[in-house]
Each structure stands twice: as structure tokens, then as C-alpha cells.
Design a protein around this ligand. Structure first.
Ligand code: FUB
Length: 340
């Protein structure tokens, strides 16, 4: 693996002078923000970045997170509070390490936290933990969710009362090792001229703790109605799926990973297919980019992260928020995190 090359002090100062949003808080490193409006407030479910002392590697071993803290805002333009420890890996019976990007859903007065972690066998699974309050503390189920795997769970609550779980991330997130929900350690990302691998989606069971069906692939189509190709690194799904609904359409958004873009595609069903539309956020400082989109008081907001506060350390990130605009045709206006 390549060693991480940090930007110089001058470059950091120049980016700080141009950043469009300041970190929401800095006493913790936080990343991968999943924001939802629960009980009239914004609750943010982020990763809690630490320097675990694990060496940098291509599998993301340097992301050695151990717990989650939930953040809360009275509104997206106000300060964020750290609600304290919500769940620690030592309290998850099946998990060994690497508590990566979580998400949460609210149903019938309870909050469900969905999170990926590695088992001792080095494979990522997705677990669920339950609380009586949006900020936790959460109690984890004894086993991960059967049929879910890889990383980056995101839950979409549809208007008809159904909940959908999306997940998936390539390379360190291990999605490339699965075909049709079956694990095969020898598998790699498909060749450039083959269809790209998609995120996975399934409806959740009524108790929110299981999949109601096997997961399906989330297919993203190009301008000719053909699936994006695996070699199309500027547009193909890599990790960090998210779903929101705008003007009756379903918007599937995600990170392109090694090209560092947040992109989106639009469809008529939570299952897709989705038609590629464009870029939401141009690259931030740090290798990863990961987001959520939420509506508050009629306005839309993009929650995202970058590594500016840590001087560019890829696994020490801070969460930010900025307003997001859909134009008259429903297209999302591209956001530049350090101005154009
Ligand atoms: O935070 C660890 C991983 O980095 C997440 O799961 C990915 O989406 C990337 O942001």
C-alpha cells in the first residue's frame, strides 16, 4: 500500500480560508454522517474516528473505530451537541473490530442503529442495536443481520411505512467478494468492460431486526439505459449509499471511492433502477467522501466530512453540513467544498 502523503501547512491554510462549512464539532473526530430528523431535531449518526495505531493498508485497517457517539442539532444551521457514548464494540457480542459508518431509523418510539463491524474471521457484517431514545444508549442484538454483509448500511423510511436497508462498499468494504449474496474470497471488482457491481437493497422486516427478503442489486443506468461499467470510475458505485425522495422521485446517492466524488441517480422505485444524473460534491481533502441528505423546515441539507481539521489525515475526519439545492428540474446543484 502507498504511504499516506499529507498536504503541507500552506495548502491546509489555503483550504481552510476557502472551506464552505466549518466542522460541526472538533473535540471528537467524526465521519460518515447519517442525518435524520427525529422528534423535531436533527440526529446525526457518524463514525467516531480515532487513531487506533493500526498501520495504513489497502483494506482500510487504519480505520480502527471502536464506538459510536450520536450528535444532535436543534436545526442544521445551529451548533451540534455530542450526546455521549451510544454503543461500544465490547458490547456487541458478535463484533471484533472496526465499527464503520452507521445509520439509524425510528419506528414506534424506538430507534434502531445499523452498523458494520468485522467479526474475528475478518469479514464485515451488519448488525442492529435498539434504544428507547434517538441518542441511545443502544443494546446490540446477539448476531448480525442474516443476509446482510459488507459495509455502509443506510435505511430509507418510505411514505407507505416500509423501511429499506441499503448497504455495500468495494475493496476494504469487501462488496467485490460477493456475487448474488454468496461470499467468495477469490472474487475481485469486475473487469472494466463488465457491468459495475451495485449496492444491495432489501426491505426490512416489521420488527426492524431482519431482512424481509434477499437483497437485490441496485442498478445504475447510463444515458443509453445501459448499466454503468466497472471501469467507469467517475460514475460507478463504490460505497456510502443513501436514498432520499424529492418531487415523487427516488434519489440514490453514493461515493465513487477512488475518484472521490459524491454522485446521484434517480428512479421510480426504492429498488431502482436509477438513472445517473451527476455530481453532488466534488472531492474533499482525505481519501474518503461519505454523506447523507436530509430535509428540515422545507430546506435540504448535505451532511459530509473532510480531513481538513486533522491536516489531511485520511482516517481523522470531521463532519460538516451545507445547504443542498434541487433546481426546477429536480437536478441537484453541484457543491464545491472549498469554493469553485
Ligand atoms: O469510515 C470508514 C469507511 O470510510 C466508511 O465505511 C466508508 O464509507 C468510508 O467513509
Amino acid at each position: 500500500p502507498e504511504a499516506e502523503v499529507l498536504p503541507g501547512a500552506e495548502q491546509i491554510q489555503a483550504l481552510k480560508a476557502r472551506e464552505i462549512s466549518a466542522p460541526l464539532l472538533t473535540h471528537l473526530y467524526t465521519a460518515d454522517p447519517s442525518a435524520h430528523v427525529f422528534e423535531g431535531k436533527v440526529y446525526i449518526y457518524p463514525s467516531h474516528d480515532i487513531d487506533a495505531g493500526t498501520p495504513f493498508d489497502d483494506e482500510g485497517g487504519h480505520f480502527g473505530m471502536q464506538d459510536y457517539h450520536v450528535l444532535c442539532q436543534d436545526s442544521p444551521t445551529g451548533p451540534a451537541r455530542d450526546c455521549g457514548l451510544a454503543l461500544h464494540v465490547r458490547d456487541v457480542p458478535w463484533a471484533d473490530r472496526q465499527m464503520w459508518a452507521p445509520d439509524a431509523a425510528s419506528k414506534d418510539g424506538r430507534t434502531y442503529l445499523y452498523f458494520p463491524a468485522k467479526r474475528a474471521d475478518n469479514r464485515f457484517h451488519i448488525g442492529v442495536a435498539v434504544a428507547d431514545r434517538p441518542e441511545g444508549p443502544f443494546t446490540a442484538e446477539a448476531e448480525p443481520i442474516a443476509g446482510a454483509y459488507s459495509i455502509d448500511p443506510a435505511v430509507y423510511a418510505d411514505d407507505d411505512g416500509e423501511y429499506y436497508l441499503y448497504f455495500g462498499g468495494l475493496w476494504g468494504g469487501q462488496l467485490q467478494k460477493y456475487r448474488d449474496n454468496v461470499y467468495d474470497a477469490r472474487q475481485v471488482e469486475p473487469p472494466p468492460d463488465a457491468p459495475a457491481l451495485g449496492a444491495r437493497v432489501a426491505r426490512l422486516s416489521a420488527d426492524m431486526k431482519a431482512l424481509a427478503e434477499p437483497t437485490r442489486e441496485v442498478v445504475i443506468l447510463d444515458e443509453h439505459g445501459q448499466p454503468l461499467l466497472a471501469g467507469d470510475h467517475e460514475r460507478r458505485f463504490f460505497e456510502g449509499p443513501w436514498l432520499h425522495r424529492y418531487a415523487g422521485k427516488y434519489y440514490f446517492s453514493y461515493s465513487t471511492g477512488n475518484t472521490h466524488l459524491l454522485c446521484y441517480a434517480v428512479g421510480d422505485s426504492p429498488y431502482g433502477p436509477f438513472h445517473y444524473q451527476g455530481v453532488i460534491l466534488t472531492p474533499v481533502l482525505g481519501w474518503t467522501t461519505h454523506h447523507s441528505i436530509c430535509q428540515f423546515d422545507g430546506k435540504w441539507y448535505l451532511y459530509y466530512h473532510d480531513s481538513l481539521h486533522s491536516g489531511g489525515v485520511t482516517h481523522l475526519r470531521t463532519v460538516k453540513v451545507t445547504e443542498l439545492h434541487h433546481d426546477a428540474n429536480g437536478r441537484i446543484q453541484t457543491i464545491h467544498p472549498y469554493g469553485e
